[in-house]
Design a protein around this ligand. Structure first.
Ligand SMILES: [Zn+2]
Length: 174
């Protein structure tokens, strides 16, 4: 519901109903940023939301850098783990922002000569990030991934909470 609110604000949102309003189409990124500025988002939340929903790489890059600094400051990780923190944060951001399955282009099924086959990489088009996928993204073998899995999940949860908080603020306003 709240995600829908945000999608309505964004000009680049994919439209599946075929009923895209011309008014929303005409919104510029500046319009959206202006609307978002009324939602009292923190700069971190704003970076994430604009980065994800308006495909703004600069904002995502800001978000990434600040998150790495914050996590490192919190002393959750040992000194010298900086590379690991960077990699974990990068992969978690991918998991939180790249939702559509790349194998079936987000359709959830393939067409082959025998008809339609369900895509095994996703849930109705939403890509499934399982341990294998995460280990691959991190360039780690499964054994090594297991040793850092709890850290990965902790960072993932941090980002998901930032997004939830932001969407809630946006939902409260619109
Ligand atoms: Zn798929």
């Amino acid at each position: 519901m709240k995600l829908e609110t945000l999608k309505k604000l964004t000009p680049s949102s994919p439209d599946l109903t075929g009923k895209k309003s011309k008014v929303n189409n005409a919104l510029s990124t500046e319009d959206v940023l202006m609307k978002l500025s009324f939602c009292k988002l923190t700069s971190q939340e704003l970076d994430f939301v604009v980065g994800k929903y308006l495909d703004n790489n600069e904002c995502l890059s800001n978000f990434y850098q600040l998150l790495v600094i914050n996590i490192y400051k919190d002393k959750e990780f040992d000194e010298g783990d900086k590379d690991l923190v960077c990699n974990l944060v990068k992969c978690c951001i991918i998991e939180c922002t790249v939702i559509k399955c790349v194998f079936c282009s987000g359709r959830g099924f393939y067409k082959n000569k025998d008809g339609i086959e369900k895509c095994t990489h996703c849930n109705d088009g939403d890509f499934i990030y399982d341990d294998n996928v995460r280990a691959n993204l991190l360039n780690l073998n499964k054994k090594k991934y297991k040793t850092i899995k709890s850290k990965y999940e902790k960072i993932l949860e941090m980002i998901q909470n930032i997004e939830l908080e932001a969407l809630e603020k946006i939902g409260d306003v619109y």
